[in-house]
Design a protein around this ligand. Structure first.
Ligand SMILES: Nc1nc2c(c(=O)[nH]1)N[C@H]1C(S)=C(S)[C@@H](COP(=O)(O)O)O[C@H]1N2
Ligand SMILES: [Mo]
Length: 310
């Protein structure tokens, strides 16, 4: 190491600092993508999504490297360890795939996934994802507002909630043989939450189709809520009158609420929710109310006791 010399001209001296940093960020992402592609189990499908619309949603946060996004997951149908989904989700068959839109709507329809993806132009939006386990990531998701699909379904007056039902196939999903959760994994939203423009029906990340472990071929992303609300590998979207009993509420009603809005003031009974560790960071950071999206979504909850409706 002793004969190693500092290069005379640092890249930071010959390019504007911003360009240099952006290039470094790009190289870091490219490196982790290459690494992920080299890993077994098809970690990153590598299938580009065409004609992406650049979103108006900007975030100052640094992106989480794709290798972390695709190798540190929660997807209990493929095992409960963070590494299990990347190792086991290769067995998920994402074609043919349909999503049944049904219940209290004027236009029920079984959508083929490829038509659903073309409903409106796909957008890339960088959203934070905050898990209830107090880690977080920043991911460039690709999709369109769930509201676009809901509008076409024309919910009737009885539709007060939306329920998401996900695939439950023991042949493809080794984890559903265990009783870790009540399968199929179910999630839900109140109608006004589901119609919010930040609720994203998601088909990809980092410009490519969703890797299986991230919920291929279609999932929900709700950036102001804990990650468990963002149901993966959806096969049904049901409009219902009663608040759906979701898998996590059923598993532990004292620990997991229906609303699950990110709230540093309401602790999980077994740990604090005041701070989070951004994956890749050493130091923890303060968790923001509604995961930093309070300005956009807080008005959905005015008058509600958020200690009670957690
Ligand atoms: N079907 C299904 N969807 C799911 C889960 C799951 O176990 N099964 N886990 C949830 C949890 S707890 C989190 S934090 C996010 C994780 O998404 P990611 O692995 O893409 O980061 O997915 C959510 N969606
Ligand atoms: Mo989570």
């Amino acid at each position: 190491m002793s004969n190693w010399k500092m290069p005379k001209v640092l890249p930071s001296e010959i390019t504007p600092r911003e360009v240099y940093q952006r290039r470094r960020e790009f190289m870091r992402i490219a490196a982790s993508a290459a690494l992920a592609a080299a890993m077994p189990g098809g970690l990153f499908a590598g299938e580009r999504l065409p004609n992406l619309v650049k979103s108006a949603y900007e975030l100052p946060d640094k992106l989480t490297p794709v290798g972390d996004v695709t190798r540190y997951n929660n997807f209990y149908e493929f095992g409960t360890d963070k590494e299990s989904p990347a190792q086991n989700a290769g067995s998920l068959k994402t074609r043919p795939w349909t999503v049944a839109v049904e219940g209290e709507v004027r236009n029920p329809k079984v959508w083929d996934i490829d038509s659903l993806m073309k409903l409106v132009p796909l957008e890339e939006r960088v959203y934070r994802l905050r898990c209830v386990e107090a880690w977080s990531m920043v991911i460039p998701w690709v999709g369109f507002p769930l509201a676009e699909l809901i509008k076409r379904a024309e919910p009737n007056g009885n539709a007060k909630f939306v329920e998401f039902v996900t695939l439950n196939d023991p042949g493809q999903m080794p984890g559903v043989k265990s009783s870790a959760l009540d399968w199929p994994y179910r999630e839900g939203l109140r109608m006004d939450e589901a119609m919010h423009p930040l609720a994203l029906l998601t088909f990809g990340l980092y410009g490519e189709v969703l890797p299986n472990q991230n919920g291929a071929p279609v999932r929900i992303v709700l950036p102001w809520k804990y990650g468990y609300k963002s149901a993966k590998s959806i096969v049904g979207i049901r409009f219902v009158e009663q608040m759906p009993l979701t898998s996590w509420v059923k598993a532990g009603p004292g620990e997991y609420g229906f609303y699950a809005n990110v709230n540093p003031a309401v602790d999980h009974p077994r740990w604090s929710q005041a701070k989070e560790r951004r994956i890749g960071d050493f130091f923890k950071r303060q968790t923001l109310p509604f995961n930093g999206y309070a300005e956009q979504v807080a008005q959905l909850y005015t008058g509600m006791d958020l200690q009670k409706f957690f």
